[in-house]
Write a protein that binds this ligand. Structure first.
Ligand code: FES
Length: 160
C-alpha cells in the first residue's frame, strides 16, 4: 500500500461516516500532509465513492484549506540519523507548531507551506541538520535560521 493511501486510510478509520464528516476528514488530511495533496484527494474520492468534483466544490466553499498547488514554500527537513540527532527533529516540531499557530491566527497569513521529512541521498554530510526550501538545500540549520529563510523571522515557538 502506498504511503498516501495508508495515511488517508488512517484518517478515514477515525470516522464511521466520512461523507457526513467531510470538513473534519479534510482537516485531518491537511493536518497529516501539511496541505491537501492531489493524490490524497484522489484517494479520498476512491475510498468514499464521493466524486472528486464534489470534494473540490466543498473545499472551495470552505475556509482554511490549502491545496497542494497553492503551496508557496515547500520545506523538507532531512530525516537522516545525523540530522535528527543534530536537532532536525526539534526544528521540524518547532516549525510545524509555528505554522499551525500562524494558520490558526491568520489563516496562514497568505502564505502556504508544505512541510515533510525526506532523506538526503548524500547524507551523512558535514553540516547537519539540513533542509530543502523550495528545492535549495540549507545546512547547519537552526529553527530561527529556517524561519528567517522562509520569511517568518518574527515568529517564535513561544507564541500563544
Ligand atoms: S547529515 Fe543529514 S543531510 Fe547532512
Amino acid at each position: 500500500m502506498n504511503l498516501v493511501r495508508q495515511k488517508v486510510n488512517s484518517v478515514l478509520e477515525m470516522y464511521e461516516n466520512p461523507k457526513s464528516n467531510m470538513k473534519a476528514v479534510l482537516e485531518d488530511i491537511q493536518m497529516t500532509f501539511g496541505c491537501l495533496p492531489k493524490a490524497a484527494l484522489h484517494e479520498l474520492a476512491n475510498q468514499t465513492n464521493i466524486a472528486l468534483v464534489r470534494i473540490h466544490s466543498f473545499i472551495d466553499s470552505s475556509n482554511g484549506f490549502v491545496l497542494e498547488e497553492d503551496i508557496k514554500q515547500a520545506v523538507e527537513i532531512c530525516n537522516c540519523p545525523s540530522c535528527r540527532m543534530s536537532g532536525g527533529r526539534e526544528i521540524r516540531e518547532g516549525l510545524d507548531y509555528i505554522l499551525l499557530v500562524d494558520a490558526l491566527k491568520n489563516g496562514g497569513n497568505g502564505k502556504a507551506f508544505y512541510t515533510k521529512v525526506h532523506n538526503n541521498p548524500e547524507a551523512p554530510c558535514a553540516k547537519p541538520p539540513t533542509a530543502l526550501v523550495n528545492g535549495h538545500r540549507y545546512c547547519d540549520l537552526t529553527l530561527s535560521g529556517l524561519l528567517e529563510i522562509i520569511g517568518m523571522g518574527n515568529s517564535t515557538a513561544d507564541e500563544n
